[in-house]
Design a binder for this molecule. Structure first.
Ligand SMILES: Cc1cc2nc3c(=O)[nH]c(=O)nc-3n(C[C@H](O)[C@H](O)[C@H](O)COP(=O)(O)OP(=O)(O)OC[C@H]3O[C@@H](n4cnc5c(N)ncnc54)[C@H](O)[C@@H]3O)c2cc1C
Ligand SMILES: *[C@@H]1O[C@H](CO)[C@@H](O)[C@H](O)[C@H]1NC(C)=O
Ligand SMILES: *[C@@H]1O[C@H](CO)[C@@H](O)[C@H](O)[C@H]1NC(C)=O
Ligand SMILES: *[C@@H]1O[C@H](CO)[C@@H](O)[C@H](O)[C@H]1NC(C)=O
Ligand SMILES: *[C@@H]1O[C@H](CO)[C@@H](O)[C@H](O)[C@H]1NC(C)=O
Length: 457
């Protein structure tokens, strides 16, 4: 399907997709059992609203912990139970969007928290949230979901009880998939890469700057992780070579920092760049981003899942083929507030607080979305990008589901922050933000020594 979509003419694709959609979908049962996959930010946020709306739900979480990617885990590759390590957290990380764009509704950080607390502090916040709303009783920890299957009129969720090494199946009427979209690394493949003798890792496995003390290090990429690691490593390494093509206001990192263009090829002891220059290095960290991974979606689910996109999803959430399945956390280039709003929408749907339109209408809305992208020259690969449409998206969710309308001021903060971050990479986190009303915010300089976290463990 993915290949077909990429290669064929758009109109034909639409037709073939449309034909695969079955008619006749029964709405969510009375008193349904909802199942949520994942107890990260998205799954916890959804669980809170499920509880508020009186939906009977269970969260299946692979690890022993809440908080998903925000939990620092010293293990590399696999966790204490031998599962793939889902978290990508590293030491000294501070959030890169003000906390008020990440807070759950009605559950702010303590007043005196800086606007850009550490990742560790954000994890404490998530643990506090789970405790406050008493969500843990409804989380089945160490439950690693391996398959979600449509079974005529309900969902079969098969999972491994990691501690007992048992396989079990839960039957659910409603499923929320919230397994996180930042745990499967993109591993590039440059010429000569296999001949390089030093250590190569992806930023997913990066933990601690101490490991790079006095080393000659190559960083590849200037996304959020690449820029962050440049800051963390510049004064630790003996040489920091940073290969990327981002055009931004590069700060002074250190006198051992060297900016390079994209990579041409690796040699056994270093790298040749596209300008034919060479640098010898000991270690390489690929900050090349993440791809989607939903290996547990059985064919019967009726979703096309690739590394780049999921389709077709109504409102970037609802599985049109089987609308008792929704995804939380798929939209790209959005604030966490979007995931929070999606959790409320998902719970409102499960609780029967609103009804979805007929499948055909949902499919038409989705096709219209794709056609709009197409007319703007945007590829199907970006079908899950919301980006600048974020405020409209909040409006759409509110109009359909009657959920709280997240204010436009969030979008202004997002736009400002995205730009200002690249103008003043070393200092942008030393400002505090406060929302004045739905349209206005204020911001002032307020650096904190040592980034204290007012939330206790
Ligand atoms: C290094 C890093 C820094 C980031 N910084 C920011 C930031 O500053 N600001 C921001 O807004 N966003 C940031 N993000 C984005 C971040 O992903 C979101 O903030 C948010 O944590 C997403 O939550 P989630 O619940 O969707 O996913 P996750 O936090 O990944 O949680 C998914 C959960 O699902 C579980 N799971 C996965 N597979 C299975 C399975 N098969 N069965 C059962 N359970 C499963 C995992 O164990 C995990 O607990 C960052 C991401 C990374 C990786
Ligand atoms: C909730 O679902 C579980 C599992 O199906 C079931 O055992 C329990 O009775 C349900 N509780 C309520 C209040 O419906
Ligand atoms: C769903 O699970 C139940 C209980 O484990 C099982 O009896 C049934 O055959 C399963 N259905 C499908 C379609 O896998
Ligand atoms: C590294 O240290 C120098 C000298 O103290 C400082 O000017 C520079 O900002 C530091 N670099 C980073 C990325 O923090
Ligand atoms: C919001 O809904 C309108 C009308 O259906 C649609 O055209 C638009 O693409 C939607 N925007 C987003 C971001 O979902």
């Amino acid at each position: 399907m993915a290949n077909r979509l990429r290669s064929c003419a758009f109109v034909l694709c639409f037709l073939s997709l449309a034909l695969e959609v079955k008619n006749g979908f029964g709405l969510v049962k009375e008193n349904p059992r909802a199942c949520i996959i994942g107890a990260g930010y998205s799954g916890l946020g959804t669980a809170r609203y499920m509880k508020e709306y009186g939906v009977n739900f269970t969260v299946f979480e692979a690890t022993k912990h809440v908080g998903g990617t925000w939990r620092f885990d010293p293990h590399v590759g696999t966790d204490e139970d031998g599962l793939p390590l889902f978290t990508s957290m590293y030491k000294n990380l501070r959030i890169n969007t003000p906390r008020l764009t990440m807070e759950y509704r009605g559950f702010p950080f303590p007043d005196d928290t800086q606007s850009f607390p550490t990742g560790e502090c954000f994890h404490k916040y998530l643990k506090l949230f789970a405790k406050h709303f008493e969500l843990e009783k409804q989380i089945e920890f160490q439950s690693y979901v391996t398959s979600i299957k449509w079974a005529e009129d309900h969902w079969n969720i098969t999972y491994t009880k990691v501690d007992k090494k048992e396989t079990r199946t839960a039957e659910c009427d409603f499923v929320v998939v919230a397994n996180g979209e930042f745990s499967t690394p993109v591993w590039p493949n440059f010429e000569g890469q296999d001949t390089f003798k030093g250590k190569m890792i992806h930023s997913h496995d990066y933990k601690d700057p101490d490991e790079y003390k006095n080393r000659r290090v190559l960083l590849v990429g200037a996304g959020p992780s690449g820029l962050d690691l440049a800051v963390h490593l510049a004064n630790v390494t003996s040489k920091l070579v940073h290969s990327h093509h981002l055009n931004y206001n590069q700060p002074y990192f250190s006198n051992t920092y060297i900016k390079k263009p994209d990579i041409e090829m690796f040699t056994s002891n270093g790298v040749i760049f596209q300008d034919n220059s060479f640098e010898d290095v000991d270690d390489v960290i690929f900050c090349t981003g993440y791809v989607f991974s939903h290996p547990f979606l059985d064919k019967s689910v009726g979703i096309t899942a690739t590394e780049k996109f999921l389709l077709p999803l109504y409102q970037h959430m609802v599985n049109i083929r089987h609308p008792t399945m929704v995804f939380v956390g798929v939209p790209k280039k959005v604030l966490n507030s979007v995931l929070e709003a999606q959790g409320e929408y998902a719970a409102a749907l499960a609780a029967g607080k609103f009804e979805l339109p007929p499948q055909e209408t949902m499919l038409k809305a989705w096709l219209k979305h794709v056609r709009t992208l197409h007319s703007k020259g945007i590829k199907i690969l970006d079908v899950n990008v919301i980006g600048n449409e974020m405020d409209n998206y909040f409006v759409n969710l509110t109009q359909e589901a009657g959920i709280y309308r997240r204010p436009p001021v969030l979008t202004d903060i997002r736009d400002f922050n995205a730009k200002y971050r690249l103008d003043d990479l070393l200092n942008y986190r030393d400002f505090d933000f406060r929302i004045i009303d739905d349209y206005k915010y204020e911001r002032w300089y307020n650096p904190r020594q040592g980034n204290p976290c007012p939330i206790d463990d």
